[in-house]
Design a protein around this ligand. Structure first.
Ligand SMILES: O=C(O)C1=C[C@@H](OP(=O)(O)O)[C@@H](O)[C@H](O)C1
Ligand SMILES: C=C(OP(=O)(O)O)C(=O)O
Length: 437
């Protein structure tokens, strides 16, 4: 934890256009799929942040070659696929706090086999990975815990897939199923592989991103609802040639909420009707709160339409962007309840507890349960020093507390450790300052 902070003055009005950084979820999936594929892949607009840096560094340690080219219109990463055969049979990999890096890489390295260790920041060692390791080891891989059972760090040794059917729990994180789906073609050499989901599957739209990108790399997955997925044998990942990374829809949520709270219009460019990210449905939640939303193929715009209306809804499908709704709730006309968000507790921090603590600092009355949060806005927001818990989304969310809304005035806000936004959006506060008038 650093002692740096950022003071945000109250903001009377927001307006402008923001070009979004690349999607974290799409970037890290494309990087791994490119590495596993045959041929060269040119990736346009890859996100540059801590989460993608750990994936790029890991691929380099594994012997996967990639280069970065600066062009007049942006950055292109060229990755040379290794067709599932990693040049380096042993490596020690630092995964930071990137769930989208450690979970799929664990599955890939376990199935390919070798001598690999994966570890991260202290919080990463508290984030569950047991359901994925159980699914892999039951299928014949050899993954061991070197710290607490069920959590990184991990030591991966040579194993051998001995089954045609795997099962994985889907109720703690969808990233475990994503990880298995991504490596399924490596297991489906001589026979089909079926992955069964045990229990409820959470965060389903992220599985749609996974399936969409797997298809773009030439592999077909047959789906029986959300209960099971089958990959026929003999399919190998093929380079799509050039592939473009959409803007990050979760990052869009802060600017759209700003427009809905603080006047607007605020337009984000890089995601829209054509997006494959579930978090674009954040715009629908804002519209339900009374914001005015317009959308094109590659942009979304939000503006205020009077005070926001309170909301009571299930946010399981957009767990990340839902944090931004908890902040919009401060500007609503009554108590709002966000339901079915238990996964918040196992992310960058315990986000239900962190959100409750920091919302109370600005004067809200907050009730929290195992899987919900209820936010009753105060008559006026209080100035506060916000702790961010090394959670990029806490920092980005609470920047919005500085905004004047139709219902109440924003307050002077101190954001502690603002650099934690580097996980997914290093330029966040610069972009925020540009729309704050
Ligand atoms: O697959 C992905 O890209 C992600 C899935 C979600 O996690 P859970 O499935 O753990 O909810 C989300 O919160 C995370 O930021 C990114
Ligand atoms: C939960 C998140 O990250 P991760 O990909 O590390 O799970 C997030 O970005 O909000």
């Amino acid at each position: 934890m650093t002692h740096e902070y950022l003071d945000l003055q109250t903001v009377a009005h927001v307006e402008g256009t923001v070009r979004l950084p690349g999607s974290k979820s799409i970037s890290n999936r494309i990087l791994l799929l490119s590495a596993l594929s045959q041929g060269q892949v040119a990736i346009v607009d890859l996100l540059a942040s801590d989460d993608t840096a750990v994936m790029l560094a890991a691929l380099r340690s594994l012997g996967v070659q990639w280069t970065e080219e600066q062009t007049a219109t942006g950055t292109i990463h060229h990755v040379t696929g290794v067709a599932g055969v990693l040049p380096n049979k042993s490596a020690d990999l630092f995964m930071g706090n990137a769930g989208t890096a450690i979970r799929p890489l664990t599955a890939a390295l376990a199935v390919i086999g070798g001598d690999y260790t994966l570890h991260g920041v202290p919080r990463m060692h508290e984030r569950p990975i047991g359901d994925l390791v159980d699914a892999l080891n039951a299928a014949g891989t050899n993954v061991e815990y070197t710290g607490n059972p069920g959590f990184p760090p991990l030591h991966i040794k040579q194993g051998k897939i001995t089954t045609q059917r795997l099962s994985v729990r889907g109720d703690v994180s969808s990233q475990f199923l994503t990880a298995l789906l991504m490596v399924a073609p490596l297991m489906a050499k001589d026979h089909a592989i079926t992955i069964d989901v045990i229990g409820e599957l959470i965060s389903k739209p992220y599985i749609e991103i996974t399936l969409n990108l797997i298809r773009r790399f030439g592999v077909q997955v047959a789906q029986d609802g959300w209960a099971s997925f089958t990959i026929q044998p003999g399919q190998v990942y093929q380079s799509p040639g050039t592939i473009h990374v959409e803007g990050d829809a979760s990052s869009a949520s802060y600017f759209l909420a700003a427009g809905a709270i603080g006047g607007g219009p605020v337009r984000v460019e890089g995601v829209g009707n054509n997006s494959i990210q579930g978090d674009v449905r954040f715009a629908a939640a804002l519209a339900q709160m009374g914001a005015q939303i317009t959308m094109g193929d590659n942009w979304i715009e939000a503006s205020a339409n009077g005070p926001l209306k309170a909301i009571d809804a299930d946010f399981n499908h957009i767990p990340d962007a839902a944090m931004t709704i908890a902040i919009a709730a401060l500007y609503a006309d009554g108590p709002s309840t966000l339901r079915n968000i238990a996964s918040w507790r196992v992310k960058e921090t315990d986000r239900i507890a962190a959100m409750a603590t920091e919302l109370r600092k600005v004067g809200a009355i907050v009730e929290e349960g195992a899987d919900y949060i209820k936010v009753t806005p105060p008559a006026a927001l209080s100035p506060a020093t916000i702790d961010t818990y090394d959670d990029h989304r806490m920092a980005m969310c609470f920047s919005l507390v500085s905004l004047d809304g139709a219902a109440r005035k924003g307050a002077l806000t101190r954001i502690n450790d603002p650099k934690c936004v580097n996980k997914t959006f290093p330029e966040y506060f610069t972009a925020f300052a540009k729309i704050a008038k």
